[in-house]
Design a protein around this ligand. Structure first.
Ligand SMILES: [Zn+2]
Length: 147
């Protein structure tokens, strides 16, 4: 059976996430600020910013000094396509490996297994994604699935 493995380059992402989650110090009090997770931060983002996050254009982080209410909003490129982690609720769940468990044929769909790991809390999970049968993929101009 054909097994295809794809490893994502993760050195850069690791470096980025190290800088990204390094505690920010409030310029007013000199104390560390708190980073909001994806559920909490929406209250501090504009509608435009939330739309950017949904479209993967940009990802925003909101840091707050709870004593003074000082807020810091940082923007990141959304192209890394990180998902929200079920455990810690930060947008740090990323695919690092994928393999075809079932190779699709002309009539039978295949199955792709994708491994995810959260760079914040270390949570891991596997998701299964259906691969369309080859016959519908190479149907040409027609958008209608083959019957
Ligand atoms: Zn997590």
């Amino acid at each position: 059976m054909l097994t295809l493995l794809i490893y994502y380059p993760k050195i850069l992402e690791k470096r980025l996430s190290k800088i990204r989650f390094k505690p920010r110090i409030s310029p007013k009090t000199g104390k560390p600020m708190r980073l909001f997770n994806e559920d909490e931060e929406d209250a501090y983002l504009t509608e435009e910013m939330i739309a950017h996050e949904l479209d993967y254009v940009y990802d925003y982080d909101v840091w707050l000094n709870e004593e003074t209410g000082f807020k810091l909003i940082e923007r990141y490129d959304g192209h890394l396509h990180a998902l929200i982690c079920d455990e810690c609720r930060f947008r740090t769940l990323k695919a690092y490996k994928e393999e075809i468990a079932v190779t699709p044929t002309h009539n039978i769909p295949g199955l792709l297994k994708k491994q995810f790991r959260c760079s914040n809390c270390g949570h891991r999970e596997e998701r299964e994604i259906r691969i369309d049968p080859l016959s519908t993929k190479y149907e040409g101009e027609s958008a209608q699935p083959a019957i």
